[in-house]
Design a protein. Structure first.
Length: 256
């Protein structure tokens, strides 16, 4: 007797798969971010008096802290591997389908740098405005102790954030929603709103800024079918934010 090992993938299966991938990754982060913003809004002093700290220490012992930091980075990337694995059921190489290959280094770097400038400069203005209006929490992009491995870990964290977010929220999600025959506007809106929602713990300015970033990145991906420039852009933005905050005088960041 011969067993049938393959069968056509239905829309229901694709939809369930998409929800599970998001539930194990950034969809889960979005739920926690919603709870976090509610907690900040209802805390004494309101949102503007609260703090949102990124890249915090996990242990008072430096070697143990480093271990936790590296483990967190590695395990955070597992949903990316899962998404690429699931896309391998589709025709073609999923790495090329997502535009994750390194076959166009010059173009990817140039486009990524351009996108980083396009998003980063207006983003700073938006964060400043949000701080003045009191609709953001006080942001601390890096809160690691002064240890030799702080900057390398912050760079790795920036790469991890970029790979996780751009592969899942743009490459994978846009691909699956298009396969589910969603309208183009709904696909872009869903990707952008998801990106904004898991940044809600930082405040409403962060939500808006990241949602706009999501629209730009989704449109770029739909036009080019390459997620690598988005990873480059996101990495550059986070490296500047994390490492800059860690190394430059703290008085420069009072407006955050």
């Amino acid at each position: 007797m011969t067993l049938e090992l393959t069968r056509p993938v239905s829309r229901r299966i694709l939809g369930t798969e998409t929800l599970l991938v998001l539930g194990l990754s950034l969809g889960q982060s979005a739920v926690y971010a919603v709870v976090s913003i509610i907690a900040k809004l209802t805390a004494e002093g309101g949102l503007s008096k609260q703090t949102a700290a990124l890249n915090t220490s996990a242990s008072a012992r430096p070697w143990l802290d480093l271990t936790y930091q590296l483990l967190g980075i590695v395990f955070a990337l597992l949903p990316v591997l899962l998404a690429v694995h699931l896309l391998s059921r589709d025709p073609g190489d999923p790495v090329r389908t997502l535009g994750l290959d390194v076959g166009r280094p010059g173009s990817d770097l140039a486009c990524g740098a351009g996108l980083a400038a396009l998003i980063g400069l207006p983003g700073l203005a938006l964060f400043w405005a949000a701080a003045q209006l009191g609709v953001n929490a006080t942001l601390v992009p890096a809160a690691l102790p002064e240890v030799w491995w702080a900057v390398p870990v912050l760079v790795l964290a920036a790469v991890q954030n970029a790979v996780l977010e751009e592969v899942i929220v743009v490459g994978y999600l846009v691909t699956r929603l298009r396969q589910l025959h969603w309208r183009l506007g709904a696909v872009i809106a869903t990707s952008a709103l998801l990106r904004g929602s898991y940044h809600l713990y930082q405040g409403f300015g962060a939500f808006l800024g990241n949602a706009v970033m999501g629209v730009v990145f989704s449109l770029f991906y739909l036009r080019t079918r390459r997620v690598m420039p988005l990873i480059v852009a996101h990495t550059l933005l986070d490296v500047v934010a994390f490492v800059g905050y860690s190394l430059l005088p703290q008085s420069w960041f009072d407006w955050l």
